[in-house]
Design a protein around this ligand. Sequence first.
Ligand code: TYC
Length: 99
Amino acid sequence: MQPGGDVRERQENKTATPKLYRVVLLNDDYTTMEFVVAVLEDVFQKGPAEAFRLMMQVHTQGRAVCGVYTYEVAETKAARVRELAQRDGFPLQALLEEG
Ligand code: TYC
């Protein structure tokens, strides 16, 4: 209740944009190209040509952004990459970047 008797409703901005996070894959010398392409197809839903292009970008430039997602989705995908890499004994790393 405001002075004077008005009722002021709490304002809630339901259209606020959620923060977005980039999932970045890093290069290493041991993970096979075939495995990285498979991860890009399975975890990031890339087609074969785009998966190969992104894998080569990581291989030649050291890193590449594989997708941009809300925090939960980004963290789940990065965790899945780590899980698959660990299962197959590869040191492949995925990290999140804000913004
Ligand atoms: N550099 C690796 C090789 O020559 C291939 C590779 C690509 C590894 C992308 C990791 O995120 C990566 N076998």
